[in-house]
Design a protein around this ligand. Sequence first.
Ligand code: HEM
Length: 191
Amino acid sequence: MTGPSLANLWGRKAGELSSFDRYSDALKSSGIIWDDRALDGWLTNPQRMVPDNDMLFEGIKDGGARADLLAFLKDATKPGAPQQMAQQGGMKGMGGMGGMMGGGPDPNLKKLEPGIQVKAISYCRDTYRVTTADGKTRAFWERNLRFKTDSSKDGPEKGAPAIMPAGMMGDRASVIFAAPEEITKMIEPRC
Ligand code: HEM
């Protein structure tokens, strides 16, 4: 979701998907039609091909690696190519959050396992305590907990935010809400 969907990419005009709200003016006005040649240039060095575009990626200098990637993309993005399924599983310490630390598709948060459904958040001095639907409460230093929203079809239901791990050590996490107004409502100052 950081960048636009690459489904049906070949033959598409750059910067024109209505499902992506964050295109740069540079890409929108580039006039590029994505084909083998255009994509090879883009992936070699996006900033050289479209100055001031917003894709924070330095490019792939190795021509062989680029050719391999383009061959893969061409197949994976063609119309009717199977969609990758979101992964869900169990992770140490935060029941049911596995398979989500190393990239891959973001999991759908509509139906949450109890271990990741947030029931309450309290705030005391420099500490948030997050209680999940399985009855467990975990404490986080306030700068290690992030509050986010996901209003998409994959986001959580209203009033049922999810907690997701965000680091190797289990000391950081994100709580993802359906909408911003839910955030302060849920956080209760209490020591
Ligand atoms: C090899 C890896 C990548 C490939 C193949 C790729 C491919 C593309 C393509 C083809 C577009 C244009 C799509 C369109 O016109 O609709 C695009 C745009 C974009 N990508 Fe990537 N991308 C890659 C890596 C990344 C990374 C690492 C990020 C962010 C960290 C990123 C973020 C974006 C963003 C924000 C845009 C919109 C740029 C703008 O409007 O200026 N991409 N990407």
